[in-house]
Design a binder for this molecule. Structure first.
Ligand code: SF4
Length: 646
């Protein structure tokens, strides 16, 4: 039996940053893995048969900093046309490695592997057509299925060996084969096994130029699957490089936050050799986002030391929320709270409450709470000039609060020293600002005895997520179940980076079930933006649902309609449907499989034709695209999920 430490292993170290070193795979002139930099890449969205358009878009990706360019090859014709694309790029002086993206068509893969530097196959559909059948396999039947895959897959491996072509075996959560679904279910373990079945065949044929990925549109599933993959690779003595990505992340801020939560969480633990951020936008826009995500780690080694972990109480492969007590709607089973710092504008001007998710009703002359409304306003040592809505509670520094007349309707924030010395002056809910260095034995005892303490955990460590995770482990190991709000301060960074960094740092904790609230501070960003980012992070980690969730594919050469325009059209009409998941997928070949757990699907099924899904079921087939958005709304109404926008 494996020891506890080995069984939980998925990175080098949970407290000291270092890259998880994988084997080097040769992809043209840009090697991947080992100590090579974390590569960034994107994928074209043009028709692969349109050589010029594909070449020009590839150049835009390369000029933006893309180190590999992936191009879809749905059939043998597109696979063959990769030669023209490659020749034209080389003629124009671009030698960036090209990757052919293959689904369902081994003959296209075999043709492409003779032309480009790498092929990507999806183990869920390389040798299988998905019929959503659940079949009970005996061991011998399962083995003969594997033999069938071996027969179909071996020719491609032989070609890759002959031509020096690399291969990504890229599992997608939404497109697992019926065989894997029958045996392992729709689980991270199923995703891992789906890839390893193919890897084992490669190894039997002594082929090792392999890259692996475990993508899902739900960052929780995605992170679990990558961690489990590393754990299983260690067991089987494999160390293939990893391509990180969250599929169908969507567009704009939501797409960026969702990607940062998934990809960033893994990068924090040193995992990942290449990154692709999938946005429903022009592909060259993905590159700066990917760069911002990976560049944080160039200088991460040498961070302030975090005490090592002797006993890790977390299960990295099965997320459970840390148990905490409830104190006045914070902690326990309540959704994580959001705390926002007051600025001068909000202190003086009640209309600024709109920035914190409140809506003013003129007829009632009062502020109503919206779905993304902050829970606490931190005021430091200055009161506010008007009455706040009852759902927005005030926090003052202890030194101000102690003499404040409205003590009973507000909460004190103690620093560690005050908390120890002012034991007799506490309120009904006491916020205690702590960092790892404050957690002495005396402090642990004091918190254990206090049933009204909400810890506000902060850090100045550059490796902040790991340090705070370390504190959570200490709290769990000492049976301290006070709720914890995670407070992070970012200075002198632009809005885009604030969004990506905070989504990484807070997302990484929330995915591990850690945190009863979040508090983001930045002097360089508006309160409206900070509030949006806070709720976006909670939505992406699925810890507090306040918005409609869009699962939209990034589009590729198979796309049958303008995804960006359609996504924004659907978003405009449905973005008030809190908690409803809508998938917008460019093609019927991969779309239905990859839209995972969406409630509704809008899928291109032919030129100008759309098919609508409810869950996994087709409900309206081949509609004209002019009426398809209206029909989607009708479907949502008929299904009882519609509410009128307020
Ligand atoms: S679902 Fe979208 S990205 Fe995926 S293959 Fe179809 S069109 Fe391309």
């Amino acid at each position: 039996m494996r020891s506890e430490t080995i069984s939980k292993k998925y990175c080098n170290d949970l407290t000291s940053y270092s890259r998880y070193i994988t084997r080097v795979v040769k992809i043209g002139n840009v090697p991947l893995g080992g100590i090579n930099p974390i590569r960034v890449q994107s994928m074209t969205t043009t028709d692969t048969m349109d050589t010029l358009a594909t070449v020009e878009q590839s150049i835009r990706i390369i000029e933006a900093g893309g180190e590999y360019v992936r191009i879809t090859a749905p059939s043998i014709n597109e696979a063959k046309n990769l030669e023209n694309i490659k020749n034209e790029l080389r003629k124009r002086g671009y030698d960036t490695p090209l990757i052919a993206d293959i689904h369902f068509t081994p003959n296209a893969a075999e043709a492409a592997a003779r032309i480009v530097e790498k092929v990507r196959i999806n183990p869920g559909n390389y040798a299988d057509k998905k019929k959503f059948n659940i079949i009970e396999y005996s061991d011998s039947e399962y083995e003969s299925e594997l033999e069938r895959i071996r027969q179909k897959f071996s020719p491609l491996i032989k070609i890759c060996k002959e031509y020096g072509t690399a291969m990504r075996i890229g599992t997608n959560h939404g497109s697992l084969s019926d065989r894997i679904m029958s045996r392992f279910g729709d689980t991270p373990l199923g995703m891992v096994e789906s890839a390893l079945e193919f890897v084992r065949i490669c190894e039997e044929l002594n082929y090792h130029e392999i890259v692996l990925s475990m993508k899902a549109s739900n960052p929780k599933v995605m992170v679990e699957a990558y961690r489990l993959l590393i754990n299983k690779m260690e067991e089987e003595e494999m160390n293939y490089p990893l391509h990180l990505g969250v599929t169908e992340a969507g567009d704009g801020e939501d797409g960026r936050i969702k990607s940062a939560v998934g990809i960033g969480t893994l990068l924090e633990d040193g995992i990942g050799d290449t990154v692709r951020v999938s946005l429903t936008e022009e592909p060259e826009f993905e590159i700066p986002v990917a760069r911002d995500l990976v560049s944080r780690y160039s200088y991460r080694t040498g961070h302030k030391i975090i005490p090592p972990i002797t006993d890790n109480p977390l299960d990295p492969f099965d997320f459970k929320r840390r148990e905490s007590i409830e104190i006045d709607k914070t902690g326990g089973h309540n959704v994580p709270v959001v705390i926002i710092n007051a600025d001068d504008n909000i202190r003086n001007n009640h209309s600024a409450l709109a920035d914190l998710g409140y809506r003013y009703s003129e007829s009632l002359d009062k502020w109503n709470i919206g779905d993304s409304a902050a829970d606490f306003l931190y005021l430091g040592c200055n009161d506010i000039k008007y009455e706040l809505p009852g759902t927005l509670r005030k926090i003052f520094d202890y030194e101000f609060w102690i003499d404040y007349p409205g003590k009973n309707d507000s909460y004190p924030l103690f620093n560690a020293e005050e908390y120890i010395s002012e034991e007799d002056n506490r309120g009904k809910q006491n916020f205690l600002s702590l960092s790892i260095d404050d957690l002495s034995d005396e402090m642990i005892n004091k918190i254990s005895d206090d049933k009204n303490c909400v810890i506000v955990l902060g850090t100045d460590n550059e490796h902040s997520m790991a340090e705070m995770r370390r504190v959570f482990m200490k709290l769990i190991n000492h049976n301290i179940n006070a709720p914890v709000v995670v407070r992070l301060k970012y200075e002198n960074i632009p809005e885009e980076k604030l969004m990506l960094y905070s989504a990484t740092d807070l997302g990484g904790l929330l995915l591990d079930g850690l945190g009863d609230g979040i508090w983001i501070e930045s002097n360089d960003t508006s309160l409206r933006k900070i509030n949006n980012i806070s709720f976006g992070i909670l939505q992406a980690t699925r810890t507090r649902i306040s918005r409609t969730e869009y699962i939209s594919c990034p589009s590729c050469g198979r796309t049958l309609f303008d995804l960006q325009i359609t996504t924004s059209m659907i978003r405009r009409r449905t973005d008030h449907l809190k908690g409803v998941k809508i998938a917008i997928m460019g093609c019927i070949v991969n779309g239905p499989g990859e839209m995972a757990d969406a409630d509704y699907g809008y899928v291109g099924s032919g030129p100008g034709k759309i098919t609508l899904y409810k869950g996994r079921d087709v409900v309206k087939k081949s509609l004209n695209s002019e009426i398809a958005v209206d029909e989607l709304i009708n479907l949502i109404k008929e299904s009882g999920d519609w509410t009128e926008p307020s």
